[in-house]
Design a binder for this molecule. Structure first.
Ligand code: PEP
Length: 246
């Protein structure tokens, strides 16, 4: 049985004090559940204080760099994250790819660096509206995953979380129907099976992301190949976050 993993993606919202307040309030109402990983990915500046108050919540980074240290102004390294007890990192979000020009090559280097450090990448993939309308979603997502996972061993692959996020559904209010989300997530699992093995594919956690809200999450999580959600807007308000994970 695979666990469920529901992670909020705060993007560039909230201040440090708001983040700490949120974690204190939400964490105390969560309780521990060994079948659920409930997390929040937040801007790097607030992660340290968040980890100090989180007991049940997993605190994740929204990005990292693949080099350990060096002249990379503005970047955050994996050892910096480890030092503040952060072990999950969102990698290759469509906003990083589209706005900040991250390539599959860079994303692949980040995934491998995280795995080498025994950390968990939440690897995002997904298609634009144009690709969706052209009917080539699966080709696009398979190519992204093949490139992003290049050189990742079978053992390490079981530790990667995949987040399928159709770009046309992110922050737009347009949610892919549970059937569309399931079809692509199954296609992703089949692709992992072809790259590795069915046994590996059966262990990988696959999230759906794109306008997930408390009132639609149940139908999405009811799909057999969807093990959780990556949630932007609806993770920013305490009550709504609790509505997603409870
Ligand atoms: C996201 O930021 O990854 C996301 C899915 O955003 P939203 O839930 O707001 O569509």
């Amino acid at each position: 049985m695979r666990k469920q993993i529901i992670v909020g993606n705060w993007k560039m919202f909230k201040t440090n004090s708001q983040a700490v307040e949120f974690v204190k309030n939400v964490d105390s109402q969560l309780g521990s559940n060994e079948n659920l990983i409930a997390g929040i990915a937040a801007p790097a500046v607030m992660l340290s204080d968040m980890t100090k108050v989180a007991k049940n919540l997993v605190v994740a980074a929204e990005n990292c760099y693949f080099e350990k240290e060096g002249a990379f102004t503005g970047e955050i390294s994996i050892p910096m994250l480890q030092d503040i007890n952060v072990s999950y990192v969102v990698i290759g979000h469509s906003e990083r790819r589209d706005i900040f020009g991250e390539t599959d090559e860079m994303i692949n280097a980040k995934v491998k660096a995280l795995l080498a450090a025994n950390m968990t990448p939440i690897l995002c993939c997904g298609e634009s509206l144009e690709i969706y309308e052209a009917g080539t979603t699966m080709d696009h997502v398979k190519k992204q995953l093949s490139d992003d996972l290049n050189g990742v061993s079978a053992e390490d692959m079981t530790k990667v979380v995949i987040a399928y996020e159709p770009i046309w559904a992110i922050g737009t209010g347009k949610v892919a129907t549970p059937e569309i989300a399931q079809e692509v997530c199954k296609g992703i699992r089949d692709h992992i099976a072809s790259l590795y093995s069915q046994d590996v594919a059966d262990q990988v956690l696959i999230q759906y992301g794109g306008s997930v809200k408390p009132d639609n999450i149940k139908d999405i999580l009811g799909q057999s190949d969807i093990d959780g959600a990556l949630v932007g807007g609806a993770s920013l308000v305490e009550e709504s976050y609790l509505g997603l994970v409870k």
